[in-house]
Design a binder for this molecule. Structure first.
Ligand code: HEM
Length: 524
């Protein structure tokens, strides 16, 4: 592991979220901490320049000119850095070298280079610059691999049905319903914890824990990683405000980690524990040597926390882009409904067994993930050692940023890439061209998203089921005219659409009673 590991913030703050650091790469700094920055940066920059050697004699990858000390930090659009990298890519090539203060950053704008480095040379490119080591995520892959994820499908269908009822009752709250669906699938898959609609005390913990993550912004992690001594300042010290805020939220993080774990322990004792990642991990713990149990427990806590943080906002954001895509593209809904009506009929709702006969639904799912990458810069990797690729030197400890946004806008692969066109994934007979989704959406190599099978299944179930019973359209004004809008997005933990006016109405013949009957007739 790189030296970054020694400065892993999670040693001090247990906030291992795959999606928080380096998502936006903005570099705004707490004004009082800024007082420390100039002197410290100059010192660090000078020392590191004396130390940094390019042993291979090869040039660094091309990139834009740099300013002294800050490097390229001031030249990146802090709201949409992926666009800056894509523009630089067009000028300097798909493998870019940029520097932020003292940090080497290599940006990859092409899927081919990403595969060459992050997959084929995975052993060197699978560290993380700011967050936890690989160990807990190994546990993850064991439980959530493709076959394991099949166990969760009946639960995902049940949760989808709950979502349909919620959308029927209060369609105006669709954003909240999508978020609650995403969280409740993850809580079930991770802990077999059934989050009911009235589970307010638990929702409070979830909200608090998610707000704690918002303190782990890129700027916070950059500053704290560059100046770890700040973590040792007392919380009342001027400039330590982010530490104060993070600490005050930690109680939620701890509750979020401990409460469901205790629930699993109780369920095991009572003999009622259903399949979950934590149950798998607790069973495996019994095979650990006694002197390794404490370490294993720590890894288990990190894996379950990462599951929650990595799985909720990702799935929720994709579902919001789904609603947006449907509101903007009524003809896509029509084709999808025709496919569902022909393959499933009108006496039940779609089930995972219908997946092979619903290629257009699958194409919609893939196109949503391609059209609006919810992690436009993926999640940064880091090198454990220096390397040479196509004649370019890649330093040890470099942050490697796969620019999923640029990959999604590759006109050679995706003509008219900014348009939403599910048909691009189908051949002339309407069959899927490729057995898999575009790989850049879920990452690369050893760090590839361990929750992708669960995430993809959730997204598929919601698309197929909601289109079977609802119509999505633009909201109407007082005169009954469509309210037009220009879609915009924001970036939190993940990129997501801003609220937009829309109507979700039941298809003819669908009311609460009929919907309940359709659900009962669906094999789950
Ligand atoms: C459904 C949409 C999802 C998308 C688009 C997505 C995307 C990603 C991406 C791009 C990465 C970074 C991979 C890399 O570094 O190369 C990642 C990592 C991760 N994802 Fe997902 N994800 C999704 C759902 C989920 C779900 C449902 C879970 C949990 C059940 C999950 C848990 C994780 C974890 C724990 C990591 C970190 C893995 C590591 O650091 O080794 N994700 N995801």
């Amino acid at each position: 592991m790189s030296s970054c590991k020694n400065r892993d913030l999670s040693d001090n703050l247990p906030l291992d979220c795959p999606f928080s650091p380096l998502l936006t790469m903005s570099w705004v700094v707490d004004s009082r901490i800024a007082v420390f920055l100039p002197v410290a940066l100059i010192t660090i920059s000078l020392i590191s320049r004396l130390w940094k050697k390019n042993g291979s004699g090869q040039p660094l990858p091309p990139g834009p000119p740099q300013l002294p000390i800050v490097g390229n930090a001031l030249a990146v659009d802090s709201n949409e850095p992926w666009n800056t990298y894509a523009e630089w890519g067009a000028k300097y090539g798909d493998l870019l070298y940029v520097r932020f203060f003292n940090q080497d950053v290599v940006v990859i704008n092409s899927e081919k280079i990403a595969k060459d480095l992050l997959e084929k040379r995975s052993s060197n490119y699978s560290d993380r610059p700011f967050i936890a080591t690989l160990v807990p995520f190994g546990l993850f892959h064991q439980s959530f691999r493709a076959e394991g994820a099949l166990n969760f499908r009946p639960m995902q269908i049940r949760k989808t049905h709950q979502l349909l009822m919620n959308l029927l009752e209060t369609p105006q709250n669709h954003m909240a319903h999508m978020g609650a669906f995403a969280a409740s699938v993850i809580m079930s898959a991770t802990y077999d914890y059934d989050m009911g609609p009235s589970d307010e005390s638990f929702l409070r913990i979830v909200e608090g824990a998610l707000s704690a993550l918002r303190y782990m912004t890129p700027e916070t992690t950059v500053v704290l990683n560059a100046f770890p001594f700040l973590l040792n300042l007392p919380a009342w010290f001027p400039g330590a405000s982010m530490k104060r805020s993070a600490i005050s939220s930690l109680k939620y993080v701890n509750e979020m980690i401990e409460t469901p774990l205790q629930y699993v322990e109780k369920s095991i004792a009572a003999g009622t524990a259903g399949p979950s990642m934590v149950l798998d991990l607790m069973k495996k713990k019994e095979q650990e040597q006694p002197d390794r149990v404490a370490e294993y427990d720590q890894a288990l806590r990190r894996a379950s926390w990462a599951s929650f943080t990595g799985g909720t906002e990702t799935t929720g954001s994709i579902l919001l882009y789904f609603v947006l895509a449907m509101v903007l593209h009524p003809h896509v809904q029509e084709r999808a409904r025709a496919e569902i009506d022909a393959a499933v009929g009108k006496d039940r709702l779609p089930d995972f067994d219908d997946q092979p006969s619903l290629p257009y639904i699958e194409a919609i799912a893939r196109e949503i993930v391609r059209w609006q990458p919810i992690a436009p810069l993926g999640v940064a990797h880091a090198t454990t050692d220096s390397d040479v690729y196509e004649g370019y030197y890649i330093p040890k400890g470099a942050t490697i940023v796969p620019n999923a946004w640029a990959m999604s806008r590759n006109e050679a692969l995706y003509p008219n890439a900014s348009q939403f066109t599910p048909e691009r994934f189908l051949d002339n007979q309407g069959q899927l061209l490729d057995p898999e989704s575009p790989s850049f959406s879920f990452g690369f190599g050893r760090r590839i998203c361990p929750g992708r099978h669960i995430g993809e299944a959730s997204v598929w179930a919601v698309i197929a089921s909601t289109l079977a019973v609802f119509e999505f359209s633009k909201a109407k004004d007082a005169q009954g005219k469509d309210i037009d809008f220009v879609p915009t997005s924001s970036v939190g933990l993940t990129r997501h659409p801003d609220p937009f006016p829309c109507r979700i109405t039941p298809r003819p013949g669908i009311d609460a009673e009929n919907l309940a009957r359709l659900m009962d007739s669906t094999i789950a």
